[in-house]
Design a binder for this molecule. Structure first.
Ligand code: FAD
Length: 310
């Protein structure tokens, strides 16, 4: 196992022998500054966002970084790439420890803070110490690693860290793509965001439905344009890469009823006996005509979803 660390000959070497930037050929349609085109090309690789932290002489230093990757499970190794002008690069060397805090979707302010961006409303960071290493509180995942090798050249340095501590929690990650923050939209909630006074009259037009244990309520790919409110029992929702259970008061088919051409996006089965109220697309349109405030509220919900990813 230790061979996995000692084997590569390149560790400790410089990568200055890499081709010069002038040798970089830009693909068709890319013009202008090659350095910028290269940077934008790299920006197409979507990543999470971390804050790297270390402690020197009792002082905590943090820096935002997305150039973080896993290297090996056994032994547990990770790698970070740090600009040679960054203070962080001067603080890390073989034998020092660094923390990696994987930011949660709402932590854009902390990312900005540790990237040196200036704004009045950036949140203060709070740290917890693990293995004498600071970690950003509220992050989605934490790692503490000790630098075992550094690798230098070009304008960045690489630090290979052996992981001593790892934890993760539930939540959604902050993403970075094309030079801006993005978020995963996991739960396509639209109608669930409406206030009761606007949702109630829509549901009131629906009709009761009953399903036996294990019965399919919806199948992925099927055409269907009904909004269902679970009234009693629970339903199991299977989407690609994710499954969840919904209970009374929760809605199913929120996207499909607005976009009936796209087909169902999940398999949904009854768990035990289930009672629902089903609202057809036609009934929905009737309700929206009767109270255009609900239509406006839906547009506002959708606009807010776009803003979330802007
Ligand atoms: P500084 O610029 O001195 O510090 C960074 C900021 O953190 C400063 O505003 C400082 O006040 C604040 N800070 C530091 N410690 C504390 C503390 N204890 N409490 C409160 N605030 C503190 N650069 C890379 O080299 N590699 C990357 O992978 C990388 N990825 C990035 C990803 C994103 C999404 C962004 C936005 C930036 C990224 N950067 C990356 C740029 C990098 O974050 C900045 O250049 C950063 O300023 C470098 O930090 P520094 O170590 O030079 O320290």
């Amino acid at each position: 196992m230790s061979d996995a660390i000692s084997a590569p000959e390149a560790f400790g070497a410089s990568f200055d022998a890499a081709p010069a930037r002038e040798a970089l050929e830009l693909g068709e349609g890319l013009e202008g500054d090659p350095a910028l085109a290269f940077r934008k090309t790299l920006g197409m690789f979507a990543t999470g966002v971390t804050v790297l932290t270390t402690r020197v002489g009792g002082q905590v230093h943090g820096m935002t970084a997305n150039a973080f990757m896993s290297v090996s499970l056994q032994p547990p190794l990770v790698l970070v790439s740090i600009d040679r002008r960054a203070k962080m690069g001067a603080l890390l060397h073989e034998g020092t420890r660094f923390g990696v805090s994987v930011l949660e979707a709402q932590q854009t302010g902390l990312s900005d803070r540790f990237a040196g961006r200036v704004a009045d409303d950036l949140p203060e960071a709070a740290f917890e110490l693990v293995h004498e290493t600071p970690l950003v509180e509220g992050a989605l995942a934490h790692l503490v690693a000790g630098v075992v090798r550094s690798y230098w050249g070009g304008d960045h340095s690489l630090f290979l860290g052996r992981v001593e501590y790892a934890r993760y929690g539930e939540g959604r990650p902050l993403l970075f793509h094309g030079g801006r923050y993005e978020r995963l939209i996991e739960d396509p909630q639209v109608f669930s965001m409406l206030p009761e006074e606007l949702l109630g009259p829509i549901i009131a037009l629906g009709e009761p439905r009953e399903y036996a244990d294990g019965q399919a309520i919806m199948r992925a790919g099927e055409r269907g344009a009904e909004l269902l409110l679970v009234v009693a029992g629970s339903v199991h929702v299977e989407r690609p890469g994710r499954s969840l259970t919904l209970g009374p008061g929760e809605l199913i088919g929120e996207i499909e009823v607005l976009d009936p051409g796209g087909g169902r996006i999940a398999n949904i089965f009854a768990v035990g006996s289930v009672r629902c109220v089903a609202v057809t697309r036609q009934q929905l349109l009737t309700a929206l005509e009767a109270d255009p405030r609900a239509a406006i509220a839906l547009i506002e919900v959708l606009a807010a979803r776009f803003r979330e990813t802007a």
